[in-house]
Ligand binder design. Sequence first.
Ligand SMILES: C[S@@+](CC[C@H](N)C(=O)[O-])C[C@H]1O[C@@H](n2cnc3c(N)ncnc32)[C@H](O)[C@@H]1O
Length: 571
Amino acid sequence: MNDSRPADVAAQRCSEADDLLRQNKPVEALKALDQALEADRDCARAIIGITMIAERLTVTKYSKHFDRLILHCLQSPHGNPEALTNPAGHLLQLKYGLPDSQSRLTNSVRTESGLEGLRKDGLLITYLVTTINRNLTLESFLQSVRTEIWHRFTQGRLSGEWQGLIAALAVQAHNNEYIWDISESEREWLDATAEQLERLEGEITEATATLFLVFAMYRDPWELSKLRQRLRERSADRWSPALRFAVDRTIGKRARQIQLVPSIPRLSAAENPTSGSVRQMYEANPYPRWLHVTPALRQVDASYRLIAQYPHLGPLPKSEGPMQILMPGIGTGRLAVWAAQRYHHVQITAVDLSIQSLAYGKYMAESYGISNIDFRQGDLLTLEGQYERIECIGVLHHLENPEAGFERLVSCLKQGGVIQIMLYAEAARRDIWRLRTRLGLSHTNMSFDEIRRIRARILRDDGDLTAFNGLARRPDFHSTSGFRDLILHVQESTFTINRLRRMIEAADMRFIGFEFASSQVMSMFGESEAEQRYRKAYPDERTLSSLSNWEAIEASHPNLFGNYTFWCQRP
Ligand SMILES: C[S@@+](CC[C@H](N)C(=O)[O-])C[C@H]1O[C@@H](n2cnc3c(N)ncnc32)[C@H](O)[C@@H]1O
């Protein structure tokens, strides 16, 4: 008789999967994790493991079983929809037989039964509401579905049963910040409908609910201030679940974020002029647009991984209370929430120029029940205080003088304290600079419409900017704030290892090492190409921390770094 508890069986299968991964057998590991879920549907380890493997496997054939597995992971609180975006998008592409190019609605889907299928597709609906789609074929397909729904609506052929799919498309549009292209006739209808919605009086009927949802598949209903007010005053009790969900995601959530603005203290009014234009950009487009952080299985000491990864690190500062971590340029707070969930006994100060970004972060932190992050508005150039650790990711290259920003941050570190920085690598930004030159971009603010049009010129086969469509492989290409941050930034500079070295030396800091793994997960899949090259070229320098060695490697392999993420220590 087998009397093992389901949780024990699941744990056993997970351990087998770990072994199989170490032997580089991801398909077999996936099977073991699948069995773990059969024993225990909520096994967090199995869900995290499946997500990790699915992120790296290329599926070539659609299977119902894999569909159910991915759906389960997308819906689980332990799931990570961001990591599942590519595999789930690819699976949907296979499911609907979409070719590997920009596709249009195929004939089989155009039929009533085809569209019926979409309406009831749990994976599709969940995918739309939990991710920001990055699959261009799917984007094109979904645009066609949207147009078909719009046609049916304008011809009076759409019943209330469609609201679920329409609401999911509206939430996807909200997630990607309305970046999908719109035809001229759709635009005209939207302009007229915006006026109609603003004039609406009385209770929300099924017909007005559908009108709202169809509009929200294309345009941000937040723009309609009178409607927004009216919806917030009305009781949602009698609305359909689809309408309630879409209104909450597109209007309610944003309203709750804005309410948090007055509670965020301002550090100092002084602001450098470049910081002023950078702030304006991020006030209009808080970045990054993140929807979810996978909860940690358990909390660890914040120094633990650092010491394991860089054994040559000098002694770290000792503190009585929680470790004080400063995160300047935190944006919408994703990395602070990630750290607060994972690190034991820390207090995080999260600073940014943009109050709207901070409000997004504070809202998300509260929704995860996190209370050890202090969100503060201010310019990092005016920061003071003494911290044990500073993490500053993707920020300094947006300063007029990044080196001055680095020095300022270093002055806020205790002796022995560590700082993590991420900066753009020159080689990885060349295509973007070429595109900017081609567009003749000056430091102007671009409207949403212009952004959509430029993106469509890059994507269309006959577009004049098709040569740049490799940019679509970058996740930021698929949301408006991401696109602006990636391509249309008002202030950015790039680095080489040589410039890094000079900056670090001038600030009297000790370089500890580059960080190649974007998460702990990556390290299970072996060392990066850069690390392997270093070890081969300099087998005796085992700390991988000589910047002149790295400079030599980069000279012969200029595209090795997508960006530079590294740690330094204050001696
Ligand atoms: C590309 S975003 C990165 C956000 C976040 N670090 C992340 O990686 O998720 C850059 C952020 O830096 C902020 N920033 C730029 N210059 C700053 C400065 N001088 N002081 C404080 N924040 C700044 C911007 O407002 C923006 O939110």
